[in-house]
Design a protein around this ligand. Structure first.
Ligand SMILES: *[C@@H]1O[C@H](CO)[C@@H](O)[C@H](O)[C@H]1NC(C)=O
Ligand SMILES: *[C@@H]1O[C@H](CO)[C@@H](O)[C@H](O)[C@H]1NC(C)=O
Length: 375
């Protein structure tokens, strides 16, 4: 006769009995997680060698001067008012701040609190600032807190990540919604899924009309009007390219490739008034990024792991600023292995100002002293 079970062992037996059920349930749950996220292949081959840039400076960190350290938190985009010698930047604490460049020692001031996380900025002809705030939409902001929402949807679809903006000299606004699906907090999901949820749009303050100029874009980001304002260039981050949209002339409404196979993921783009666009590269290309973007199942796995709180180290390095001419030919690249989340740059006089998604300061480089060299 078997001895009576010691107390508690009945429970243990139950666990053993349930294991064949628990394990498959757990595995199914994981597989289910894998199944729900559907990563897509990219539509074009972005995996060929990056374009070669004739001039380079690869030690940007060591020659950069910090501005407004601790006051400018994640200064993403930059707009410049030449009359006042004043720089505007949007920070991740919801503030638009100004930096006066009048003196040698730049002076930082709080300008207007808009909340959220202001991204793209552009000055309108009347001196107000148009702000792309990813959660709220497109805002018109004046000093000391007056702001109004211009638009937050088009064709019945609400914007999810209002991102880049530029304004013509007669006040017409061109901007991007990088993704109607994922908010800024889910940037990784957006990139891992790799579907075209973005749109290029315009807003006319005279009619209050929002028009969709292009849809099905792969994370359209920064926007810059050409100097003659007859076209605009916008960056399509996920496809490592910038496109040109014609606003006028025979090709009106047509989109061409402006530059492809960039050496990194493009973010903002700004024209410098001297024949060059400056494109922020949030991260440089790497073998690992290429592999991840080539194979959707890897991206799906990364997301499944992230969902299960396994942090995937993200290799973001070799960020910087690329200048290209008006024909989309690369001219110079200012970068550094240790640089990442560079969002954009503005050349003002001899200085190249550089924004960042995460650093608590702006930086600038004296281009007279630190010249990109032939490679
Ligand atoms: C300026 O902005 C910072 C946040 O960046 C805030 O802590 C501070 O209170 C603001 N100062 C004023 C005078 O509003
Ligand atoms: C545009 O919207 C504003 C409110 O934001 C309103 O005051 C103005 O009258 C509108 N203009 C037109 C042409 O509808």
């Amino acid at each position: 006769m078997a001895s009576p079970n010691p107390p508690g062992s009945g429970k243990t037996t139950l666990y053993w009995l349930l294991l064949p059920i628990i394990i498959p349930v757990l595995i199914s749950a994981v597989i289910y997680q894998l199944e729900t996220f559907d990563a897509a292949p990219l539509p074009i081959d972005i995996f060929s060698n990056p374009i070669s840039v004739p001039k380079r400076h690869d030690r940007v960190l060591s020659v950069s001067e910090r501005i407004g350290e601790g006051l400018l938190l994640g200064p993403e985009d930059l707009a410049y008012d030449a009359r006042k010698d004043l720089l505007f930047t949007g920070c991740h604490d919801g503030w638009i701040k100004t930096v006066s460049l009048r003196d040698d020692d730049p002076n930082v001031q709080n300008w207007t609190f808009v909340g959220g996380r202001p991204l793209g900025l552009a000055l309108a002809p009347d001196g107000s600032l148009v702000v792309a705030e990813p959660g709220q939409g497109l805002l018109m902001v004046r000093e000391r807190g007056t702001m109004k929402l211009l638009t937050d949807s088009a064709e019945g679809l609400r914007f999810g990540l209002t991102d880049g903006v530029d304004v013509t000299s007669d006040g017409k606004i061109y901007f991007t919604d990088a993704s109607y699906k994922y908010p800024l907090e889910d940037l990784l999901m957006e990139f891992m899924e790799a579907r075209p949820y973005g749109r290029l749009l315009s807003f006319d303050p005279e009619t209050n009309q929002t028009v969709v100029l292009a849809k099905n874009l792969y994370f359209p980001n920064g926007v810059s009007l050409s100097p003659d304002q007859r076209s605009l260039i916008f960056c399509e981050t996920l496809l490592l390219q910038c496109k040109k949209y014609y606003l006028d002339g025979e090709k009106k409404g047509i989109i061409d490739i402006f530059i492809q196979n960039l050496p990194g993921f493009p973010d903002n783009i700004r024209y410098d008034g001297e024949g060059h666009y400056w494109i922020g590269l949030a991260s440089g290309r790497s073998y690992l990024w290429d592999i991840i973007f080539k194979y959707p199942f890897l991206r799906k796995m990364m997301v499944a792991l992230e969902k299960n709180h396994v942090r995937i180290p993200q290799i973001i390095e070799n960020g910087g600023l690329l200048s290209v001419d008006l024909n989309g030919q690369p001219v110079s690249l200012y970068y550094d292995k240790g640089l990442y989340q560079v969002t954009g740059g503005l050349k003002i006089g001899k200085y190249l100002y550089q924004g960042s998604l995460s650093k608590p300061y702006l930086t600038r480089i004296d281009l007279d002293q630190h010249v990109a060299r032939d490679v």
